[in-house]
Design a protein around this ligand. Structure first.
Ligand code: HEM
Length: 222
């Protein structure tokens, strides 16, 4: 069954004050320096139930080129999360979707997707992912991945080019499903529909890294 927190809040299913949606948004992004990879990330905890969060982190170069630029995404999800997606343009449609799911002890699978309708997103070759040598794991409580994305900060919707402002705030969205993908080791696996999808305004400026390239090298990406 599909469940939207926004809808629940509007329908009065979540009646506590402030509303759950407000709470999720009010917390905003914070700066997080990851001891394992060394990157400074802007971090947002996205609530997918009243008590559970998926953590999304973004590290950007502080002096990126004017066109597309690299980004590092780190996601920490409780084991109950079957797959989670991040929509770089804040909506399901016509923007890069970073979908990931646990794959046993091998570390999570990251899958590049794009949707033009509210149905299973297709593979998107406009964004490519390189898993860093640090910051990936699965244990009894959580799974986590850290990946470099090329193609996540600028894209073409078909009618316009969108570029994320590294020193400003943009709308991001996430989706969550407790259901497992059919082929967890494959980045083209089919995935069940999400139970929760929600959006927030994200301040990327909290995750700028003057030594971005150097940190990539330290984390196994040449
Ligand atoms: C099996 C795959 C998927 C199916 C069948 C599916 C289906 C849908 C449907 C039917 C809606 C409309 C809900 C409503 O109007 O109440 C929706 C909304 C949404 N979905 Fe998906 N979805 C899928 C995967 C994804 C993925 C991978 C993401 C990645 C983040 C995503 C993000 C969203 C978001 C943010 C919304 C809110 C409305 C919007 O932005 O368009 N979905 N989805």
């Amino acid at each position: 069954m599909k469940f939207s927190l926004a809808f629940a809040a509007l329908a009065g299913l979540v009646s506590a004050r402030p509303s759950f949606l407000d709470l999720a948004r009010r917390d905003g992004a914070i700066k997080y320096t990851d001891p394992e990879t060394g990157f400074a990330f802007s971090e947002f905890k996205a609530a997918y139930t009243l008590t559970s969060n998926i953590v999304y982190r973004f590290a950007l170069p502080s002096d990126p080129p004017s066109g597309p630029y690299d980004a590092v995404i780190q996601v920490v999800a409780p084991v109950q999360v079957g797959w989670t997606g991040l929509a770089w343009g804040g909506t399901m449609l016509k923007n890069p979707l970073t979908v990931a799911y646990p794959n046993g002890n091998s570390g999570p699978t990251v899958s590049s997707r794009w949707a033009t309708a509210h149905s299973t997103p297709m593979t998107y070759t406009g964004a490519t992912y390189t898993i860093l040598s640090n910051g990936n794991r699965a244990n009894g409580t959580h799974w986590q991945y850290t990946a470099l994305c090329r193609g996540c900060t600028q894209w073409n919707t078909g009618s316009s080019t969108v570029r994320l402002n590294p020193t400003g705030s943009s709308r991001l969205a996430f989706a969550y499903s407790p259901g497992r993908p059919s082929s967890p080791s494959s980045n083209t696996s089919s995935i069940p529909v999400h139970e929760v999808a929600n959006a927030w305004s994200h301040d990327f400026s909290l995750g700028l890294n003057p030594n971005f390239q150097e940190l990539l090298v330290k984390n196994g990406v040449s």
